[in-house]
Design a protein. Structure first.
Length: 342
């Protein structure tokens, strides 16, 4: 399978958490969390169309400033969601600067504050000095982004505040048969994204491929009926789950298992070793063993742990080993989930 979405962590395991999912065929990306991101290429950061923030503890939100700086001169709207309180946190960040010379700028930030039953929204436009302009509230039923190619689900977890967990799901994976395309003499290009979106929506019925050949403009029309099952074949889509900063409680475990069910990759924090479980529980964080159990109960294909506590500097292998052993069921786990939150 030729993956449409490529995930990568923003930092190493001891760095601030953050996940970047590249949408390969659309030239854009989705970003999870805004921890320290100074070493992440600006050219990649500026491709983000959606940003999902788990919560506004400093290690998850300090990178907002760099994101803002990268986007400021761009004539586009960036969408950002987060837990209850995110509107005030974004506004507070924006109020920390002077905006008297940006009235000609086209950049705006649309913020969605996700409560358990509703999404409160506002837009902050550079042209108006980033004044908060309320937008209509929407109901929340688990979905924060719903696009033709993918959706993002969210769940509220307990971190002594709300911490949002997210699942990024490709709706269905559409594979282009490149040999078939080559036989038609049509080169791949952005029109393939338009074609896939048309297949997902069921319209428009005809998509036109355009390209240059020997200095001449060429084009060819493709009808959806012609390409379905021939040029484009449908397979199971990708799924990535992102879980950080949460208590190992039965309620959280249940929500995470439901959200991350069947994920191809389950990205999960694991700041502590099992030996320091009491400390993890006091801080409303997970241990590596608990991360493994959560990945296992979600039937994830792969577990990738990160957000290690600096107390284990030089001991990353121990955290990886403990998480993988638990994920693979190599440790005694009897009653581990039922005794969660003890
Ligand atoms: Zn954190
Ligand atoms: Zn936190």
């Amino acid at each position: 399978m030729n993956p449409a979405f490529v995930p990568r962590l923003i930092n190493g395991p001891f760095g601030d958490p953050g996940l970047y999912i590249q949408l390969r065929w659309e030239g854009r990306a989705v970003l999870f969390d805004l921890g320290h991101n100074d070493s992440f290429p600006a050219g990649d950061l500026c491709r983000a169309s959606h940003v999902c923030v788990s919560h506004c503890h400093m290690d998850h939100f300090i990178g907002f400033d760099r994101l803002l700086r990268v986007f400021l001169g761009r004539d586009q709207t960036l969408w950002l969601c987060g837990p209850p309180g995110i509107l005030d946190c974004v506004e507070g960040k924006l109020r920390g600067y002077t905006w008297n010379l940006v009235d000609g700028y086209g950049f705006s930030l649309e913020v969605a504050e996700v409560w358990p039953d509703s999404i409160r929204r506002a837009v902050f436009r550079a042209a108006s000095g980033f004044r908060r302009e309320p937008l209509p509230t929407q109901p929340f039923h688990g979905l924060v982004v719903d696009e033709p190619a993918f959706c993002i689900r969210a769940a509220h977890l307990d971190h002594r505040i709300y911490s949002m967990a997210f699942a990024f799901e490709e709706k269905s994976h559409l594979n282009v048969d490149s040999a078939y395309l080559a036989r038609l003499g049509v080169p791949p290009g952005p029109w393939l994204s338009a074609l896939k979106n048309a297949l997902r929506r069921g319209e428009p019925d005809v998509v036109t491929a355009t390209w240059q050949e020997n200095g001449h403009d060429r084009s060819r029309d493709f009808s959806l009926g012609e390409v379905r099952g021939a040029l484009v074949k449908e397979t199971h889509g990708q799924k990535f789950a992102y879980v950080v900063d949460t208590l190992f409680s039965p309620e959280n475990a249940e929500r995470i298992a439901a959200l991350a069910q069947g994920a191809d990759v389950f990205f999960c924090e694991s700041p502590f070793l099992d030996a320091d479980e009491d400390q993890a529980t006091r801080r409303y964080h997970l241990t590596a063993k608990q991360a493994g159990l959560l990945g296992r109960s979600a039937h994830a294909r792969e577990l990738r742990v990160f957000h290690f506590s600096p107390r284990y500097a030089g001991r990353a292998e121990e955290l990886y080993r403990e998480a993988q052993a638990s994920f693979c069921g190599e440790q005694s786990e009897a009653g581990a989930l039922t005794s969660a939150g003890k």
